[in-house]
Design a protein around this ligand. Structure first.
Ligand code: FES
Ligand code: FES
Length: 209
């Protein structure tokens, strides 16, 4: 009987079933509860252990794949969402603390047809290589602009300092965040000043647009 059970478990491990179960329910012993979450303006009743990380519920249950799994330790920022307007790392936030909060993911900011101004700035600056970190970069920039609509260049860099980009696209990402904050010099401004648009260089990143 034990041998049969072990053989069955081995098959489940081999095809990944046990791994997927472990990812969804990191605490086997905790009883599942129904927790009501407000995500992107919609109400969801989720059945899960209360200590399940919000990221797993967003991605696995609600199929919102904007937030990404990077480190799973709250260190890289790729899983960032807004909770009551504040940037939060969903890989380390248990859903039990999210009931009654206003949760916004990348999908809730804007659409392909109508992107949020922050998303639009990242598109215009082509601020990505692989793009894996962009969810965190965009959501963190959005949170900054919600609490401070006119940040300085230093404040933007400060806000993004703990968001990691393994591709090294930090210059383009910082430039996109500054565009979103209205800090980039626009070509038409340069033309009005009789300057060549090609002079738009790194030294102008912090100029008021
Ligand atoms: S995956 Fe959440 S901070 Fe890295
Ligand atoms: S663009 Fe690849 S991790 Fe940032």
């Amino acid at each position: 009987m034990v041998a049969v059970r072990n053989a069955r478990l081995a098959r489940l491990y081999a095809n990944g079933t046990v791994w997927m179960f472990a990812k969804r329910n990191r605490n086997y012993g905790m009883t599942q509860s129904t927790i009501r979450l407000a995500v992107n303006g919609r109400i969801h009743d989720v059945d899960a252990a209360p200590d399940t990380a919000l990221l797993y519920v967003l991605r696995n249950d609600l199929e919102l794949n904007g937030p990404k799994y990077g480190c799973g330790l709250g260190e890289c920022g790729s899983c960032t969402v807004l909770i009551d307007g504040v940037a939060a790392r969903s890989c380390v936030i248990p859903i039990q603390g999210c009931a009654g909060r206003d949760i916004v993911t990348l999908e809730g900011l804007g659409s392909r047809a109508h992107p949020d101004p922050v998303q639009d700035a990242f598109i215009k600056e082509q601020a990505a290589q692989c793009g894996y970190c962009l969810n965190g970069m965009i959501m963190t920039t959005k949170a900054l602009l919600m609490r401070n609509p006119h940040p300085t260049e230093a404040e933007i860099l400060q806000a993004l300092r703990y968001n990691l980009c393994r591709c090294g696209a930090h210059v383009e990402i910082a430039r996109a965040a500054m565009r979103a904050a209205g800090l980039l010099v626009k070509p038409q401004d340069l033309e009005a000043q009789g300057l060549e648009a090609q002079n738009l260089g790194g030294q102008n990143l912090g100029a008021q647009g």
